[in-house]
Each structure stands twice: as C-alpha cells, then as structure tokens.
Design a protein around this ligand. Structure first.
Ligand code: PRP
Ligand code: ADE
Length: 172
C-alpha cells in the first residue's frame, strides 16, 4: 500500500482554508497503481457475490465503475440533486457546513440485490451514511463499502451502520 500512498497528493487549504485535500489524481494517472488500487478495493469482496457497485458522484464514479468491472457486477450511480431523470429516490444529509442530497433512480435495484458502495474518501461519513440509507430504503441488501482513503480524525465510521463492513486502503 506504500506505493499507493506515495501517489496521494496533499493540498493544503483546498477547497477552503484549514482543509488538507487528499488528491487522488496522481494515483489515477499511473496505470499500474490504479489497477493495484482497484484490486485492493475488490479483494475483501471477491467471495461476496456482489451484484451491483454504487459509486458516489463524482470521484466515487471513477473507483466504483472500475470496481464493478473487477467484481463482474453492475454499476449504479448515486448522484447529486437534479442530475438524474425522474422518478428518483432522495436522501438528505448533513455536511460539515449545511446540507446536501443524494439521488438514485427508483428502479436501480432488484429486491434484495447485493450492493457494495464505493468512494474515494471517507471524511465525516455523512456522504457514505446517506448512500447506505438510500440503498437500504429501496429494498436492496447493503453488503458494505470500500473506500480508498479514510480520515479517522473526522470519525466517519461513527456514522456508518453498525455491523456492515467498511474497508479503507489508506488512513491519514
Ligand atoms: O465523508 P464526508 O465528509 O461526507 O466526505 C466525503 C465525500 O466528500 C467528497 O465528495 P465531494 O462532495 O467533495 O464531491 P466530488 O467527488 O464531486 O468532488 C468525497 O469524494 C466523498 O464523497
Ligand atoms: N480532505 C479531503 N480530501 C479529499 N476529499 C475530501 N472529501 C472530504 N474531505 C476530503
């Protein structure tokens, strides 16, 4: 995992003063590292019969779509409001400042479909918890989540549903 960590760029004071932004662009640009990253995200789920991987807009799309291919699963986008044609299911969630929404198409899952969530960063955990609520609310079976980076100081795991697996590759 050291080789992957070396390709995460730390950008101070972006997008706001006081935030250390963890930029995955150098990792994505390196073919071998991107492939190893997807292998590592998939590894805990190889025997879980995952049927759909949900990626969270926007950076979660990149990892989620590649992970879906790796696991021979379909891909479902979870999007910011107003991007998907209706009918959609919507969940509201809190950000560090203010609130936002995630949406998914209402017929995205079959009943009991086995679903994995994917994103680049787990920070406060609001986004991933909202995604979990959205998937569960539509009658799919949430298996868990894989993320590239976890920021433990922000205690995002505390907002994640108890008993569901949450795998992260790198912690800062
Ligand atoms: O754990 P949280 O505090 O909820 O933060 C994590 C989320 O923040 C970032 O997304 P962002 O909303 O910045 O969108 P982007 O991928 O479009 O840049 C990141 O890609 C996660 O989805
Ligand atoms: N520090 C951070 N770096 C990159 N993406 C983030 N999303 C939330 N916090 C982030």
């Amino acid at each position: 995992m050291q080789d992957l960590a070396a390709l995460i760029r730390a950008v101070p004071d972006f997008p706001r003063p006081g935030v250390m932004f963890r930029d995955v662009a150098p990792l994505l640009a390196d073919a071998g590292s991107f492939a190893r990253c997807i292998d590592a995200l998939a590894e805990p789920w190889q025997s879980s019969a995952v049927q759909a991987v949900c990626g969270i807009e926007a950076r979660g799309f990149i990892f989620g779509a590649a992970l879906a291919q790796k696991l021979h699963a379909g891909f479902v986008p979870l999007r910011k409001p107003g991007k998907l044609p209706p009918p959609v299911a919507t969940v509201d969630y809190q950000l560090e400042y203010g609130s936002d929404q995630l949406q998914v198409q209402h017929d995205a899952f079959r009943p009991g479909e086995r679903v994995l969530l994917a994103d680049d960063v787990l920070a406060t955990g609001g986004t991933l918890a909202a995604a979990a609520a959205l998937v569960g609310g539509l009658g799919a079976e949430l298996l868990g989540a894989s993320v590239v980076i976890e920021l433990p100081a922000l205690q995002g795991r505390g907002r994640w549903p108890v008993g569901k697996a949450l795998h992260s590759l790198l912690r800062y």
